[in-house]
Design a protein around this ligand. Structure first.
Ligand SMILES: [Cu+2]
Length: 305
């Protein structure tokens, strides 16, 4: 029997939490070992970004709606309106860091992929998030294989936001062919395998992972990635594609779920069902998954174009 860390009971008392934004990051960290590569991944993140939009609208006076990063539209990240470094962007690349190296990944036994380094690797240079301070992380990816959260999970560690734009990743793994293949998935198992890339991926490295990786180390952080504001638009795209896939077959896909509620599909928790409860710490009360399966039911009322 594996131990999974208990939920955050009071994020307000966590030293690293210095802002409302940090509440969201701390909650994501706290549930990381349940909500990724698991049966709760899609509905949990749907509700997480919905809570974010709600906070923006109700607490920050935002009158718009959460948008999404349509990966395939922008094969050159630095030329996209999202990451061109302009005042209306989410800021662009980081300073060039000569120490950043190409990465070698082994997504399956006997299979090695060399990912060229990105173009930055240092603190963000331009745009609205220049001089932005993030307070949590970084985490070592191997810590995601633990059964409980690392000791330093909520330590206060103020630092700049680092980016390293990587067009190769976006062009290779987040192109329209990949998106079309994902949408053609016959069942939720295949949909999750293609999106997540693990385990036994039909396409090595899924577009969820590579979208994170294409922006650099802070966005790639398995625990604290919400600290990069692009997180919300990346997960907007994930939610959009899940919505499109669900909408294509109301009868069989609306409540289709696959996996346990432990990260890496560990079997120490049962297979999720629509009745499985998921938690959101200080952000919301626990919800059964069935409430999170349709953008047009219950509390939700949104659609994608
Ligand atoms: Cu996440």
């Amino acid at each position: 029997m594996h131990e999974v860390s208990p939920p955050v009971l009071s994020v307000d008392e966590v030293p690293a939490v210095r802002s409302r934004y940090d509440d969201f990051t701390a909650v994501h960290i706290n549930y990381t070992l349940q909500i990724h590569n698991s049966g709760t991944f899609l509905p949990w993140h749907r509700h997480f970004i919905w809570l974010w939009e709600k906070a923006l609208r109700e607490e920050c006076g935002f009158t718009g709606t959460l948008s999404y990063w349509n990966w395939a539209l922008w094969p050159n990240l630095a030329a996209s309106p999202l990451f061109d470094g302009s005042e209306t962007s989410l800021s662009g690349d980081g300073e060039f860091n000569p120490d950043e190296q190409a990465a070698q990944l082994t997504p399956a036994p006997g299979q090695t992929i060399t990912i060229p380094r990105g173009t930055g690797g240092g603190c963000i240079r331009t745009g609205p998030f220049k001089d932005w301070i993030i307070n949590m992380g970084p985490f070592n990816f191997n810590e995601s294989h633990y059964n409980s959260l690392p000791d330093h999970s909520f330590a206060y560690n103020p630092r700049c936001l680092v980016r390293s734009l990587n067009d190769w990743l976006i062009q290779t793994y987040n192109n329209q062919t990949v998106v079309d293949t994902l949408l053609a998935s016959p069942d939720i198992i295949e949909f999750q395998n293609i999106l997540g890339g693990f385990p036994n991926p039909p396409i090595p490295l899924g577009p969820h992972h590579t979208g994170h990786r294409s922006l650099g180390p802070d966005m790639l952080d398995f625990f604290s990635s919400p600290q990069d504001p692009a997180f919300w638009l990346h997960h907007g795209m994930v939610d959009r594609l899940w919505t499109m896939w669900q909408d294509a077959d109301e009868m069989y896909r609306r409540f289709a779920l696959n996996g346990s509620s432990t990260t890496w599909y560990k079997t120490d928790t049962p297979e999720v069902t629509p009745m499985t409860m998921v938690e959101f710490g200080v952000l919301d009360h626990p919800r059964p998954l069935y409430e999170l399966m349709s953008p047009r039911r219950g509390k939700y009322c949104y659609s994608y174009t």
